[in-house]
Each structure stands twice: as C-alpha cells, then as structure tokens.
Design a protein around this ligand. Structure first.
Ligand SMILES: [Zn+2]
Length: 162
C-alpha cells in the first residue's frame, strides 16, 4: 500500500483532478497504548490548480483504537472529515505531496481525552460507579453522589462543630 498521497501537477487539467484511494495508516505515526492507528487513511479528493496554489477539497477518514480515559476500555473510533479544504504552494513542483496536510487534519480531530461516548458506547464507569452526566436520572435504589435537593456540601453539616 502506498504511504503517501501525491497529486501529479504536470499537464494538470483545467477542470481539475480527482483522486481517491488508501494510504498506509503508518503515516500517522500513532502506535501506542491509548491511541493506535488500525487502518488506512481513506481519501476522496478533488484538486484544482490556481497558478501556483493547489486547492484540495474532499473527504478523508481513518480508524483508530482509542482507550477510554475514564474506564480504560479500548474501542474503535473512526475520524471522518467531510468538506475538507487544504491549500498548498506548489510553485516549481512536479508533484504535490499532501500527506502531511492530511495527517495533520486527522490528528486535530483525534480527541485528546477519549471517552466511550464518542463511539456511541456506554461508559462503564458512568453506569457502575457514579453518574457524571447531570441530565441522566439516577438509578432508583442507587445512592447518587448528589441526592436531589441536597448540595454535596450538606454532608459537611453532619461533622461535629466546635
Ligand atoms: Zn469508558
């Protein structure tokens, strides 16, 4: 599999160029516990040349294995960007290598503190131990960290005062 995304510029057609394909996910350089590339960068791009500026529009996606910051469960998450626009100066170049630009776009979309929810999963920590989601009704029969009507600070009132 190719590991670069390259657009040839010689005899560039006036109507533009359409390229699509896959590039090896190794280009992301993300391969550690907590965030791991598990598939190729898939791209579908349209390129237009305006004198020395190449404008590239389209969509890209890439799958990753992330680890939930809260419950440490690993889950798959695909970064998908539609309506992507990048531009680069290609003055004097025979080809435009847009790999780095695409890589950066994907990395920017990777969550810094991944949670199960971004992949549509229920986080076990939320359901088993405590409820961080304020819009969710506490389970009946389970003591919530913040019983309704009481402030968490009310518990301090129970401490003996001097
Ligand atoms: Zn989780």
């Amino acid at each position: 599999m190719q590991d670069r995304v390259i657009i040839p510029l010689e005899e560039f057609p006036e109507e533009g160029v359409f390229i699509e394909g896959e590039a090896d996910g190794a280009l992301f350089g993300i391969d550690h516990t907590g965030a791991q590339s598990i598939g190729p960068l898939t791209y579908s791009l349209e390129a237009q040349l305006y004198e020395t500026e190449l404008v590239v529009r389209g969509s890209i996606s890439a799958p990753f294995l992330l680890r939930c910051d809260r419950c440490l469960r690993e889950f798959e998450y695909t970064v998908a960007i539609d309506g992507l626009t990048i531009s680069c100066d290609v003055k004097g170049k025979a080809v435009a290598d847009v790999t780095e630009e695409l890589r950066e776009e994907v990395l920017l979309e990777l969550p810094g503190y991944p949670k199960c929810e971004i992949s549509g999963l229920e986080c076990e920590i939320n359901d088993t131990f405590c409820d961080f989601r304020l819009d969710k009704d506490p389970h009946s029969g389970v003591n919530s960290a913040t019983p309704s009507g009481n402030s968490v600070w009310d518990a301090l009132d129970d401490f003996p005062r001097k």
